[in-house]
Structures are given as structure tokens and as C-alpha cells.
Design a protein around this ligand. Structure first.
Ligand code: G4P
Length: 533
């Protein structure tokens, strides 16, 4: 458990940062919401310049362009944008539906998560799994109930479902008015305002109408009679039955405020962003050894939570995504790569601003920068201004599924090896080279990872591959007394492989085998995961 009782007072540049990820079930609207975030991020900067009609049109066309470029947002792993006084850093969780290690690690780099649910479907399986991961870290969660422009469930029912399935208190930040075709907007429960949706214009920011409480006659001017009674009744009931917003409980991950909206209609997004600003956490203390890192420390520290290779297949580049844990980083700084104890000049770090990739001239605690490199930076690595601190808590997973892999063209075995090593270093799979025979064995956590790998190897290396059943089902890393390890390896050659770091792995299909090794070789350590360092 982190000691957060003494949250430092942060310098304003750090205090205004909000670093978060979106968790959701496929199809709930994560991509659409991300686009709208980026749009508001960009649009707001422009609206700040001139509010003339022509300018508004330009904002609009930029919006359209971004809609057209749909897809950019999913290929960038981290995006930064400003809204109001806040700098938001949105870290993308993988777009495909598999539940991968990548997702877990991404969640170690954020301070909060936005949970998007579909108003008709409620809490779905993937949401639940991801929520559990957030819970392990007590991450604050803000909820967005999307697709309110479609037939959706009763509001109380949705809230009950979240409370029950996820065991978290839910407080309505907004209350939807009408459902499906009748949905006209929300009553802002926190600020007593009406937010009305413009169905005619999907990209238009909702109209806000100040209301002086539920008794204000202005309500009736904007809400049709058949919806008004229901609204009054429901809001009253909600205030009576549901817990009121408790910012501390939100920060501790015990309560989630929920907003209702329609991402595709740009509705509710602004309120959600304001909510993340107001109730979301500032950059948090980072757990590390031998001491934790506080964001207000003057010296810079950061850690790699993701490595992505071949972002641009033409350049074969590799980018390490670094979450800044403390200090004020400036481009060109020399940082110590703690694992190798070597200095690294960070001369061309990148920042992903909306749809552009730009040089990062500076970064503060909470920010995510990309550092192009040739493989020195690995997941779990820490960079500091010299101190030997190592960030902890980045999980490594025991591969649960093993398959053999072969190149469609046997002459291309060397290429396959290169591709596999690349993915192993990225953390996308575990790759084992058996000490007897040819070929490789790939270990993953979710079955879909095989498909993703196969398509990436084909796309990025032009190499069709075949995954096939392996005779092994479990992998254990072997360490311990050198002589004992050697004796063990010699006696079990047909079960021994090496991973991409050259470390020894024992492959088997029987738990019984593992138990036997533990019994017969008491001086050996067999572990299902390898610490990422
Ligand atoms: P995901 O990243 O969570 O998988 O979801 P995504 O944003 O891609 O949205 C999934 C589908 O839901 C898309 O439709 C999208 O347009 C739609 N959608 C998103 N937000 C809303 C909303 O507020 N209301 C309604 N009615 N639909 C919404 P699609 O047909 O799968 O794709 P597309 O052809 O629209 O791109």
C-alpha cells in the first residue's frame, strides 16, 4: 500500500495534470469518446483565440478532419491535450478485444480510469475484468454511461448494477432526461444546470442552462411536460437513496461519479472532462525500491511501462513509453538508466499531442513521453538523475498458453527469430527457444494474442507464420545455485529452453513434473513469472 496520507502540495504545473486510461468492453464507445476528448482538447484552444463565426466554422472543419482520420487515436499509445486549466494525458489501452498484459501495465502508468459503459448493456465482462485490475491499485474511477441517445436501461437499474457487480458506491453527477429518442440531455446534479443535447449537430457542444434548483420555473421551459415529472421524481429519489458525492471517497477508489451522455453526439463529454479535472487525482506517489517517488521531487524520475516497435513500419523505430514520476524534465537531459547504470541523453523524446507527434521540449511528473531507442529501454526500467531507485509494481505474467510457431517459408527462420525477439522485448509475448530441435515456442496470456502476433509478424515483417499446438503447456523460469542449475539442465535437456534474455526456462505439460523438480532439486527456484527488469 502506498502511503498517501501526506499528499504533497504540488507545483501548479504538476497539480493540473490528470493522467488516465479508459476501460470498457469493446463497442461501448471508447474510440468515439477518445476522439471527442481530443477534439475538445484542440477545439477549446482555438475557441480561446477568437469567437467569431468564421472561426467556429474552422473549428468545425478541424473536427471533421479528425473524424476522417479516425484511427490515429488508436495507434498512438498516449495522447495529451489541454482543457480548461488542465493538461490531460490519456494512455490508450489496446484496441483489440483481448485482455492482454499490455492493458495491465498501462494501468500502472495512470492515476485514474474512466469506465465507459453502454447504457443498454450495462457492466459487461471486459469492463468487469478491467475494473478488478483498477481495484487492485485502488485507482479512482469515473464512469461515463454512453449511448443514451439509444434505448437504454432505467437509470436506477444501471446504477444498481454497477454498485452490485463492482462493489463500489455510485453517485450520479448528472441525471438523464428521457431515454432513446426522447433523450434530451441531463440535469447536472452537482451544479444545478440543464445540459441539452443538440441532435441536429453531432459536433456541437451542449447548451448549458443555469437553473436555480429543481423548483425553478425555467425547467419547464426546456423540459417537455411528460419528461419533467419523471425527472423531478427521479432526482428527488436519487438524492434520497444514493450517496452524495464524496471527493475523498472518489480519490480512494470507493466511489465512482457517473455521467450520462452520448459520445457520438458529443454530449456529456465536456462535463466528464470537467469532472476528471475537478474530482480526478493529481499525479500520485509512485511505489519504488528502496523508497517511493513523490511527484514534487525536484529531480526527474520516470519508468517504462510500454515498448512499441514498428509504430511506423517504414522506419523500424522502437519507442519506450515513459511515465514521468517526478520533477521537470527538459529535452536533452542526461538520465541514468538504472538497470544498466549507464547515462542516456534523452535528445528526441516525443509527445503525442492530439493527432501529432511532436518533440517534447519538457515534461512534468504525470506526463507520458515516448523515447525512441534501439532496444536499451525495456518494460519496467527506471530512469533517474543518478539515484539507484527502481519502480516496482509493473506486473509480468505467467504465460498460460504455449504454442509452437513456424515461418510459412522455412528459409525465413532467421527473420522469424528477429521478429519474435522484437515482440518479446516489447512484452507482447514470451518467446522460448528449446535447446533441442528447431523452431520457437511462444507463450501468451490470452488466446487472441496469437492472432494479433501472427498478423503483426505478417504486416511488419512480411512473414506469414503458423502457430501450432505445442507439447508443452507450462513454463517456469529456473534460477538458483549454479552447479545445481547445470545438473538440472543436463538431466532435463528435452524440457529446457531459453527466453529472449537467454534465461533458462523449464517447459512441461504436467504439474506433476513441476512438483517433482521442486522435490528433487530443493536448491532451485522455479517461478511462473520473471520480474520485469
Ligand atoms: P469501442 O472503441 O469501445 O470499441 O467503440 P467505438 O467508439 O468504436 O464505438 C462502437 C460503435 O458505437 C460505433 O458504431 C460508434 O459509432 C457507436 N457509438 C459510439 N458512441 C455512441 C453513442 O453515443 N450513441 C450511439 N448511438 N452510438 C455510438 P459502429 O457502427 O460500430 O461504427 P461506425 O460505423 O459508427 O464507426
Amino acid at each position: 500500500m502506498l502511503d498517501t496520507s501526506n499528499q504533497p502540495t504540488l507545483p501548479p504545473e504538476i497539480a493540473r495534470r490528470r493522467t488516465f486510461a479508459i476501460i470498457s468492453h469493446p463497442d461501448a464507445g471508447k474510440t468515439t469518446l477518445t476522439e471527442k476528448f481530443l477534439l475538445y482538447g484542440g477545439a477549446i484552444q482555438m475557441a480561446g483565440q477568437v469567437r467569431a463565426k468564421g472561426e467556429a466554422r474552422r473549428t468545425r472543419s478541424d473536427f471533421m478532419q479528425m473524424e476522417k482520420d479516425r484511427g490515429i487515436s488508436v495507434s498512438a499509445s498516449a495522447m495529451s491535450f489541454d482543457y480548461g486549466n488542465f493538461r490531460f494525458n490519456l494512455v490508450d489501452t489496446p484496441g483489440h478485444s483481448d485482455f492482454s498484459e499490455d492493458t495491465y501495465r498501462t494501468l500502472t502508468a495512470v492515476d485514474a480510469a474512466v469506465m465507459v459503459i453502454d447504457g443498454a448493456k450495462g457492466v459487461e465482462s471486459q469492463t468487469q475484468k478491467l475494473f478488478e485490475v483498477c481495484r487492485l491499485r485502488d485507482l479512482p474511477i469515473l464512469t461515463f454511461c454512453n449511448k443514451m441517445d439509444r434505448e437504454s436501461r432505467d437509470t436506477f437499474e444501471i446504477i444498481d448494477e454497477i454498485q452490485e457487480m463492482l462493489a463500489i458506491d455510485v453517485t450520479p453527477a448528472a441525471w438523464p432526461i428521457g431515454v432513446g429518442r426522447d433523450f434530451i440531455g441531463c440535469y447536472d446534479m452537482l451544479r444545478d444546470r440543464l445540459e441539452l443535447m443538440d441532435r441536429a449537430d453531432r459536433n456541437k457542444v451542449a447548451e448549458s442552462i443555469e437553473i436555480n434548483g429543481l423548483g425553478d420555473p425555467k425547467l419547464a421551459e426546456h423540459v417537455p411536460e411528460h419528461l419533467l415529472d419523471k425527472l423531478l421524481e427521479e432526482v428527488e429519489m436519487a438524492r434520497e437513496l444514493l450517496p452524495a458525492l464524496d471527493p475523498q471517497a472518489v480519490l480512494e477508489g470507493h466511489m465512482t461519479p457517473i455521467w450520462f451522455g452520448s459520445a457520438i453526439n458529443s454530449f456529456g463529454v465536456k462535463e466528464l472532462m470537467e469532472g476528471i479535472g475537478a474530482y480526478g487525482p493529481q499525479p500520485q506517489v509512485q511505489s519504488a525500491e528502496p523508497r517511493q517517488i513523490s511527484p514534487d521531487e525536484k529531480k526527474v524520475a520516470g519508468f517504462v511501462f510500454k515498448v512499441q516497435a514498428n509504430m511506423d513500419p517504414k522506419h523500424r523505430d522502437r519507442v519506450a513509453f515513459v511515465r514521468m514520476a517526478s520533477g521537470h524534465f527538459k529535452r536533452g537531459m542526461k538520465l541514468t538508466h538504472v538497470r544498466s547504470k549507464k547515462p542516456m541523453a534523452i535528445s528526441n523524446p516525443v509527445l503525442f499531442l492530439a493527432s501529432d507527434r511532436e518533440l517534447a521540449e519538457e515534461a512534468w511528473a504525470g506526463d507520458i513521453i515516448g523515447i525512441p531507442n534501439h532496444g536499451q529501454l525495456r518494460i519496467g526500467d527506471t530512469l533517474t538523475e543518478g539515484e539507484a531507485i527502481r519502480v516496482t509494481g509493473i506486473p509480468s505474467f505467467a504465460p498460460e498458453l504455449l504454442q509452437g510457431v513456424r515461418a510459412g517459408d522455412p528459409m525465413k527462420a532467421k527473420h522469424l527469430e528477429k521478429a519474435l525477439m522484437q515482440f518479446a522485448e516489447e512484452g507482447a509475448a514470451k518467446v522460448f527457444k528449446p535447446s533441442i530441435g528447431s523452431g520457437f515456442i511462444v507463450g501468451v496470456v490470452g488466446a487472441l494474442q496469437f492472432e494479433v502476433l501472427a498478423s503483426r509478424i505478417e504486416m511488419e515483417y512480411g512473414l506469414p507464420v503458423r502457430f501450432e499446438a505445442s507439447q508443452f503447456t507450462s513454463a517456469r523460469w529456473v534460477s538458483g545455485d549454479k552447479a545445481e542449475v547445470e545438473k538440472f539442465v543436463n538431466a532435463n535437456k528435452q524440457h529446457i529452453a531459453h527466453d529472449h534474455d537467454g534465461d533458462i526456462v523449464y517447459l512441461t505439460r504436467l504439474q506433476w513434473d513441476i512438483d517433482r523438480v521442486v522435490r528433487d532439486y530443493p536448491a532451485l527456484n522455479l517461478t511462473a513469472t520473471k520480474e520485469m527488469m
